[in-house]
Design a protein around this ligand. Structure first.
Ligand code: TXA
Ligand code: MG
Length: 352
């Protein structure tokens, strides 16, 4: 496995990108940065290559993959005619963290990519290295997040290697990803309704602003996947989880939240387990636990989103066994943040 240093000069980066693109073209697996998280890429048309993704990740085969493109021209080869509403969203929000589920053109991608569905999720990532890689490879690139299935998604090249070293051909190192949470996955349930299947980097508010007359059907962050038949197959699995046992604590009064969590920590002390708290900058000093991490300010949830997964991995690195995480508002990026936290916690949460 080689990696491109983020600090490397432009000529080095160009050479490494060319090498990575050639590997993708030959059916190898290459991880690369996007604006959301690192992806594990393979030629979406090559069934053997796509099979490699599922193997490397240990991913259930009924969970379809997102196809990444660099140019609109590539889209026409992948999908059948689609609603005008989708076109308007692409015009305004691509490249960007928005995946649109569209009717797949028969035989355009390996059936493993769509897990047998008649639709395919497509996105154009807003990251220069990702776009250059896709363009140079000449492939539509199937890419799930580049983590072992169930683990927090990688926001650094080092996270990718933690999970997949020895299982992939390379990783393009673009430094830390920006958004830190995955793209928003949507489908168009009719000509004027957008259903959010997975909240993510593009917020419900941004979708509404882009197409003001459309109806946005958004799940609540923590209840996103309680529907009897999950519409986005990936939503039914436990995801993003640290090794420790995680509980979300929510409440309108921050002091009550602090009091409750500290009581739990104090109660765990005689048991000789390592305890951790995931809080916000505003309250890092309020807790006495083995590991207290703040993912950012609760007034700027973009920061918290950016560093959530790194924080979850940090608890693992420090051997923390019991973790309490403060909940936050579900406005803006908070919806995706609470969705990922709830999944990381296996939906263990208390309200105080
Ligand atoms: O930001 C992202 O989206 C990252 C980066 C690498 O682009 N990728 C990512 O992929 O998060 P993955 O495979 O970890 O998540 C894909 C999600 C899953 O929840 C999957 O079920 C859903 O998209 N999905 C993919 N194709 C779908 C389809 N045809 N219909 C419904 N849901 C689909
Ligand atoms: Mg994933």
């Amino acid at each position: 496995v080689w990696r491109v240093a983020a600090e490397a000069g432009a000529d080095v980066l160009a050479g490494q990108l060319a090498e990575a693109a050639a590997l993708l073209h030959e059916g190898e697996l290459v991880a690369f940065p996007t604006e959301t998280v690192y992806g594990l890429g393979a030629d979406a048309r090559n069934t053997k290559a796509v099979e490699g993704i599922f193997q490397a990740k240990g991913r259930p085969s009924d969970n379809p993959l997102i196809v990444h493109i660099a140019e609109e021209r590539q889209l026409e080869e992948l999908v059948l005619p689609y609603p005008e509403l989708a076109r308007r969203l692409m015009k305004q929000l691509w490249p960007g963290p928005l995946t649109i589920v569209l009717p797949v053109r028969p035989d355009a991608v390996s059936p493993l990519v769509t897990a047998g569905l008649s639709t395919v999720g497509v996105r154009m990532p807003d990251h220069p290295a990702a776009l250059a890689l896709i363009r140079q490879s000449g492939c539509p690139v199937a890419a799930p997040s580049a983590n072992r299935s169930g683990r927090p998604s990688p926001t650094l090249a080092g996270h990718v290697l933690e999970d997949l070293d020895g299982k992939i051909s390379g990783v393009v190192d673009g430094g830390a990803t920006g958004v830190g949470l995955e793209s928003t996955v949507i489908e168009l349930s009719d000509s004027d309704t957008i259903r959010i299947l997975r909240p993510g980097g593009i917020t419900a508010e941004q979708l509404q602003a882009a197409v003001p007359e459309a109806r946005i059907d958004a799940p609540s962050g923590t209840k996103a996947d309680t529907a009897e038949a999950p519409r986005s197959p990936g939503m039914k699995y436990t995801h993003y989880a640290p090794k420790g046992d995680l509980t979300i604590v929510q409440g309108d009064d921050p002091e009550a939240v602090v009091r409750y969590i500290q009581e739990q920590i104090d109660r765990a002390a005689p048991l000789n387990v390592r305890t951790g708290v995931l809080t916000f900058d505003e309250r890092t000093d309020a807790y006495h636990a083995d590991v207290v991490l703040a993912s950012g300010s609760e007034r700027h949830l973009e920061q918290a989103a950016h560093s959530l997964y790194a924080a979850l991995r940090q608890f693992d690195a420090e051997g923390v066994q019991l973790i309490w995480a403060e909940g936050c508002s579900e406005e803006g990026i908070g919806l995706a943040l609470m969705n990922r936290l709830a999944k990381a916690a296996g939906h263990q949460s208390v309200r105080v």
